[in-house]
Structure formats: C-alpha cells, structure tokens
Write a protein that binds this ligand. Structure first.
Ligand SMILES: Nc1nc2c(ncn2[C@@H]2O[C@H](COP(=O)(O)OP(=O)(O)OP(=O)(O)O)[C@@H](O)[C@H]2O)c(=O)[nH]1
Ligand SMILES: [Mg+2]
Length: 378
C-alpha cells in the first residue's frame, strides 16, 4: 500500500501500463541453424511444446526437409518466432553469403545445432555470427543416441557424465581452435528437455537476454520440469503489482463514497493468460494428452482452479462482491466528505483486492500445472 501514500499513484499506474504494453509487444526472433539432419526442426518443435505429429509442427525427418527460412511463431506467444533455417551441409558452404541469404539482422540470437561429428562449417558459421556482433549458442542434439552408442560399445567403462563432458569439451575446443570466442556448448535430446544441458541453456538465455525478452522467453517454454513451473510463477509474481495498479486506476472517477473501481476485464484477461502461460489452456492440454497417450479428461481431472473464461469471470465477480462489501462500509465512513481522498482510497483497495485475487489465482494455476505434469508422466 506504500504506492498510495505519496500522491504519485497515477504516474506509477501510467508507467505500469506502459510496461505491460511493452511486454505484450516484445518480439523475440530466434534463428535455429546448423548442419542438415542435426535436429533443428525437432528442437524448434520441442521449444514450442509440439511433437512431430502435432498440428503446426515443423516438418522433420531423415531426408533433407528445410531449404528456406521458415517462421514458426509460438502457439501462445506469436511474438516469439523460431526460425528454421536451411541446413549448412553443402561442401561449398560460405558463412557470409549464407547469413546474408537468411537475413541475419532479423534475429536476436542464433542457435547452431549439430549432431554426431563436429564440422569446420560449424566454427566458420560461429565466427561469422560473432563478426556480425550477434550471439550464438552451440547446441549438440541427439545426445541420447551418443550415450546409447557409447554404452553399447563400452559397457564396462561407461560413465554417463564422463561421456557428456568429453563431447562438450571436444566441441568447445574445436570451436575455439577455429577462432570462435568463448563458445558456449549445450548437449541435449529433443525428446527430453529436462535432461542434460537444456536447463542450463535456458538459464544462460535468461541471463543474456534483456529483461522483457527474458520474461517472454521463459513464459513461452513448455513445462518441461517442475523448476520451470516455479520460475514462471515467480517471474509472474513480480508482475502482478503492475496489473493490479493499472486495473485499480483504470476506472477511478471522482465520486462521493468509495467505488471499488477496477478493470475486471484486465484482471480477467491476465487470469486467462495464466492458463496459457502454464500450458493449461485446452489446446496445450490436448497436445499434452496426445503426447502422453492419455485421455485429456484424465489430465483435466487434477485441475482444481476454475477453467474457462465464464467460470473465471464468475469467481472474479464473487470475490469483488465479497471484498467490496466488507471494505466499502468501513472506508466510506472515514472519507465520506472528501471525495478525492475517497477515490484514492478506493484505488488503494482495488489495488489490494486485485493483487490478492491475482496472487491466489497464480498460486492455484501453478499448482495445477505441477499436478498435470505429474499426471502426464505417470
Ligand atoms: N534420438 C534423437 N533423434 C533426434 C533428435 N532430434 C532429432 N532427431 C531425429 O533426427 C532426424 C532429423 O531431425 P530434423 O529435426 O528433421 O533435423 P533438421 O536439422 O531439421 O533436418 P533438415 O531440415 O533436413 O536439415 C529425425 O529423424 C528426428 O526424429 C534427438 O534429440 N534425439
Ligand atoms: Mg528441418
């Protein structure tokens, strides 16, 4: 309630509104490049929470499939676009003309995908990307296959972490030896994002990206682990006060008495967005059910927060009526003759009420997401 003490509330609300709008308009263009057949399209599908057979998935397969840059907007965050670039396998590969052809300036950063052997074209491309003053992350896919092969070939000496470390070090050394500066290497399997180095890649991107892009990227990720659900929750929690402040000030009019003015529309939109952010919307649940081989009703059965716009609106209205009645009586008595103060008090109450509603709802939706994830994995 500190916000409501010094008179700068309206400005703070305007600033919060600007921030929310910027978040909505934040764009992130991720270029996924690398050798032909290395798993680029599968990586893009994994980041979008899609299996190869899901609608809108990037085409994957053992024959060359990607020959032109293809844009894959995230299903819930169309401003996050993953670009599937053509493979770099050709013998006469020239990184400079390749990057010109794919319009390199469009991208915020590059992911160079490799599998199996390291090739000098990877290092050439990495160097050229750095020369163009962009960042690259070297991702070694199909590490599940490497491990299976190694286990088969050396069953006695096999130690998973040693094999992984060897692959990482080898890729880093090759990149460095050929001129890439401070290369970052991540090993992963597109079938299992919570394994190997994907969590580290996610953390690295979080550190490297500017604030709003970082948040959008985090929220767009599938719930590949319980930790990611926790991260989404705490990132959103840091945002709730802005939504509450904007909603509290949106409708405050100088009127006698206390109006628990609040933009229910904004709260509703934010609460419905939580469902998408935690992959609990109907589309995401249907996809997850298909991937888990379970009926969608089984996943929905563990969700306890109200689902669907009408139900959320109902809950919201009931909460406001409850809290509104309780607060109005006491505050109206205090500020009966001072309409301006009463207006600010009303905004303060709207803020507190909105914040508490959003905060409780966020807690419930995040807990639902954890239960749904557990159920899908059973
Ligand atoms: N085991 C395993 N197989 C993978 C992985 N990622 C991709 N694949 C398989 O590797 C093959 C090639 O994958 P794609 O995603 O089509 O590769 P791409 O780099 O997009 O290929 P092009 O578009 O042809 O250059 C497919 O058969 C995938 O199913 C992975 O992490 N592990
Ligand atoms: Mg492809």
């Amino acid at each position: 309630m500190e916000l409501f003490k010094d008179g700068g509330q309206a400005e703070a609300a305007a600033k919060a509104r600007e921030d929310l709008e910027s978040l909505e308009n934040t764009k992130l263009n991720i270029a996924v490049t690398g050798e032909t057949g290395s798993g680029k399209s599968s990586f893009i599908n994994a980041l979008r929470g899609l299996g190869a057979e899901d609608q809108g998935a990037a085409q994957t397969g053992v024959i060359e499939t990607t020959t032109e840059p293809m844009a894959y907007p995230h299903p819930s965050y169309p401003n996050v676009i993953l670009w599937d670039l053509p493979g770099i396998g050709a013998m006469d590969f020239r990184p400079e003309s390749y990057l010109q052809k794919v319009n390199f300036s469009r991208y915020d950063f590059f992911v160079i995908v490799a599998s199996e052997r390291f090739r000098s074209s990877h290092a050439d491309l990495a160097q050229e990307i750095q020369r163009m003053e962009k960042k690259f992350y070297f991702v070694r896919c199909k590490v599940d296959e490497d491990l299976a092969n190694e286990r088969r070939a050396h069953p006695q000496a096999y130690v998973e972490e040693n094999v992984l470390q060897r692959i990482r070090e080898h890729a880093r050394k090759c990149l460095r030896d050929q001129g890439a500066i401070d290369p970052q290497v991540f090993l992963l399997s597109n079938w299992d994002l919570d394994q190997y180095d994907f969590p580290l890649l996610e953390e690295t991107l979080e550190k490297d990206l500017p604030h709003l892009q970082r948040l959008v990227f985090l929220l767009s990720l599938p719930n590949f682990s319980l930790e990611i659900i926790e991260k989404k929750k705490s990132a959103l929690r840091g945002h709730l006060w802005k939504i509450s402040l904007v909603s509290a000030f949106i409708n405050v009019l100088p009127m006698k008495g206390v109006s628990l003015a609040c933009d229910v529309g904004l709260l509703l939109v934010s609460m419905i967005a939580f469902y998408k952010q935690f992959n609990l919307d109907d589309d995401s649940l249907a996809k997850l059910a298909r991937q888990a081989g379970k009926p969608v009703a089984e996943l929905k059965a563990v969700i306890v927060s109200p689902q669907g716009e009408d139900l959320v609106r109902d809950v919201l209205m009931k909460k406001f009526v409850q809290v509104g009645c309780r607060l109005t009586r006491s505050v109206e008595q205090c500020f009966d003759f001072v309409p301006v103060i009463s207006t600010l008090a009303a905004a303060g109450l709207s803020f507190a009420t909105s914040y508490s509603i959003l905060s409780n709802f966020l807690e419930k939706v995040a807990a639902d997401a954890q239960r749904v994830r557990k159920k899908a994995l059973e």
